[in-house]
Design a binder for this molecule. Structure first.
Ligand SMILES: O=C(O)[C@H](O)[C@@H](O)[C@H](O)[C@H](O)COP(=O)(O)O
Length: 244
């Protein structure tokens, strides 16, 4: 499903309200809600709005577990840290038990961090692939998702849940979940806004070329694209080809 909003603020507000709805429903049905969070500017605004009391106070946070889809191997107080971004935008305002916050850590090195996080995920799924109730994703201008970049050997990974990733011309290492983890989710939501994303959105939705984002096909869940008008500007040309 593709949902188009006037701008990033409206999109992020809709995404925050979607988080609340999904959390309340999962907790009512199964007693818990586990979500995989993304880095990026549109996800950041979503977390900031979710932290506002009108929405925050609707979620039983003691039943929620938060995980990260990827992380840069930098100190937790580094401005590039996705953990720091989520902490400043959301966690600092939540009555969530610290044990329910599951950041990726590379303190013992990227390989150790990936192995530890894989164990953390498998512990949540009795050894299998965890089924996240909600996965937020951004998309890079090159079509990357999480820290899965075009041409990466990780794009074909079918066994590991978590792996070490690198980005061209970037000195640091990253730790990222792999495609099978994302595709196992009950609901996957792309959050994409801004003029600069119009070309990749058009290519992604029209299937004009392969890219990491086009590997996202939920096994038996749902896939939503939350876009703003600027990001879908070019994709209007394919509206008849699949834009709802
Ligand atoms: O670590 C990150 O930043 C995300 O995992 C990354 O995949 C991000 O979602 C995209 O690069 C889009 O980011 P923007 O929404 O900021 O363009």
């Amino acid at each position: 499903m593709i949902l188009i909003h006037p701008d990033r603020e409206a999109l992020s507000s809709a995404a925050a309200e979607l988080f609340v709805r999904e959390a309340r429903q999962a907790i009512a049905e199964r007693g818990s809600f586990i979500s995989l969070l993304s880095g990026g500017e549109t996800p950041r605004r979503t977390y900031e709005l979710l932290a506002c009391s009108r929405l925050r106070d609707q979620v039983p946070w003691e039943r929620v577990h938060l995980f990260w889809g990827d992380e840069r191997c930098v100190p937790r107080d580094d401005p590039r840290s996705n953990y720091r971004m989520v902490r400043e935008a959301l966690l600092d305002y939540l009555p969530i038990p610290p044990s329910h916050i599951h950041p990726i850590t590379c303190e013992g090195g990227a390989d150790a961090g990936a192995a530890w996080y894989e164990a953390e995920l498998r512990a949540f799924s009795h050894g299998g692939i965890p089924r996240f109730d909600l996965v937020f994703l951004g998309i890079g201008e090159d079509g990357h998702i999480a820290s899965l970049f075009p041409g990466s050997r990780l794009l074909g990974e079918t066994e590991r849940l978590v792996a070490v990733s690198t980005r061209e011309n970037e000195a640091i290492q990253r730790v990222t979940v792999t495609v099978p983890v994302i595709n196992q989710a009950a609901l996957i939501v792309f959050l994409v806004s801004g003029e600069e994303k119009a070309p990749i959105v058009r290519e992604a939705l029209a299937g004009m070329r392969e890219m990491p984002a086009r590997l996202i096909h939920p096994v038996d869940g749902k896939l939503f694209w939350l876009l703003d008008e600027a990001a879908v500007r070019l994709a209007q040309e394919v509206r008849g080809g699949g834009l709802a």
